[in-house]
Design a protein around this ligand. Structure first.
Ligand code: DGI
Ligand code: FE
Ligand code: FE
Length: 404
């Protein structure tokens, strides 16, 4: 039996790691491959902002899923203190007494192995597997391989392949810029976004694809329209365009859940439905949407709140919240309703006036249908009316031909 072992900080695990493993698997045909994230690597301090080791283990397990016969091991993370490879190999030898252990390593590790804790134990317990052809370092590599064979009797497999040069450092630098997804498995990327590790912000193409999968197909056009309108308004009002897009993409994320299921979803997130929401479950989708977007896509509070207030509004909304509230109501695919054109126009001239009119219009829409008025809708309208008065502006008058 052969067990291939690949250790590292996996911070995060990326396709370069997986390709190295694939190359080694092809050459060495192990029965089992273990990816072992280190708890506390003795050789290099982990970068600032490194996620908890449990996150690195979870990501490594997700990465391992895409390679048959490959799994993540928690043995170093479980163990207290620094992760010495010699201890790991002792433990593995006890677990697989009959197996040949093969320790896969990168060039830097190969060259520095004599400075590790108990290098002679490592080379006695395991064979090494290294890549022969890292550009410009072939000489160093073959000299070191010869040296380890002579000095330690090391068994070294020299793999005919180039190591993949993408690094975790590069990936970490890309993630906050909504980039880097192409270096990760989808499972790892989704995990990073969900927990917003490394300051990651989602690639919006990816987010759309994921978000639309939760929508009824007939709602997708509305969400696209809301995103487009939210972007335009963000540009107009100097807000972050991609934050506005992110909120709009997710704003109706739980809308498909109807009836008592909407109530149950709220309970799952600790949302107590109020009297009005109990009479009209649909109102809850704004609050459950915010909670869901936080849970599944890790959205920060300012985006979650824009989702939360998109249906009723709220007194004293931030500009981003106003933008999402309005974008939902005036996106270009909205079926015409009275005051729509007036709200559209106002949204680019005076956000407060537009919000006031939009809330006023919802109040009459709801009243016409005999539905209960949610107090937040009323409060929103009153708040913005007062705000307009305070700044000496007038609410928008609708005359007879407002029914455009
Ligand atoms: O989710 P969308 O359809 O895109 O739009 P939305 O989130 O604004 O939801 C619109 C629904 O919410 C619409 O059916 C009216 C309802 N609504 C908004 N404010 C109130 C309200 N329903 C009641 N009962 N009371 C309100 O104050
Ligand atoms: Fe909605
Ligand atoms: Fe909507």
């Amino acid at each position: 039996m052969r067990v291939l072992i690949y250790g590292g900080s996996f911070n995060p695990p990326h396709l370069g790691h997986l390709r190295s493993v694939q190359t080694a698997v092809k050459a060495l045909r192990p029965d089992k491959t273990l990816l072992i994230p280190a708890a506390d690597p003795p050789h290099k301090a982990l970068a600032a902002g490194t996620p908890a080791k449990e996150h690195r283990l979870a990501m490594t397990a997700l990465a391992a899923e895409v390679l048959p016969g490959c799994e993540a091991s928690d043995m170093e993370i479980r163990r207290a203190g620094p992760s010495y490879t010699s201890d790991t190999l002792r433990e593995l030898q006890a677990a697989y007494p009959e197996a040949e252990l093969i320790f896969l390593m990168g060039t830097d590790m190969l060259l520095s192995i004599e400075t590790w804790h108990e290098p002679e134990v490592i080379m006695a317990l395991a064979s090494l597997a290294v890549f022969a052809r890292e550009a410009g370092r072939e000489g160093e590599i073959s000299t070191q391989v010869e040296h380890l064979r002579e000095a330690y009797g090391a068994a070294v497999y020299v793999l005919d392949g180039e190591p993949v040069t993408v690094s975790s450092t590069q990936v970490r630098a890309l993630l906050p810029m909504r980039q880097g997804r192409e270096y990760l498995t989808d499972g790892v990327y989704a995990y990073i976004i969900r927990h917003r590790l490394y300051g990651a912000q989602p690639d919006l193409d990816w987010l759309r694809e994921k978000a639309y999968a939760y929508l009824k197909p007939t709602r997708v056009a509305h969400v696209k329209g809301a995103e487009e309108m939210a972007r335009r308004l963000a540009v107009r009002w100097g807000e972050d365009e991609s934050d506005a897009a992110e909120a709009a993409i997710l704003h109706d994320i739980t809308k498909k859940t109807v009836g008592p299921d909407q109530l149950r979803l709220g309970e799952k997130y600790g949302i107590m439905a109020d009297k009005w929401e109990l009479e009209n479950f649909e109102l809850l989708h704004a609050k459950t949407g915010a909670a869901f977007a936080k849970d599944v896509f890790g959205v920060p509070d300012h985006i979650a709140d824009a989702i939360r207030y998109h249906t009723t509004g709220w007194p004293g909304m931030t500009r981003l919240e106003q933008i999402v509230y309005l974008a939902d109501a005036i996106e270009l695919g909205r079926k015409p309703y009275p005051a729509l054109e007036a709200i559209r126009k106002a949204a680019f001239q005076d956000l407060d006036a537009a919000v006031e009119l939009c809330a006023r219009r919802t109040l009459s829409y709801v009243a016409e249908r005999g539905l209960p008025i949610h107090p937040d809708t009323a409060k929103t309208q009153q708040y913005y009316l007062k705000k307009l008065e305070d700044k000496g502006a007038f609410p928008i008058q609708l005359d007879g031909d407002a029914n455009e």
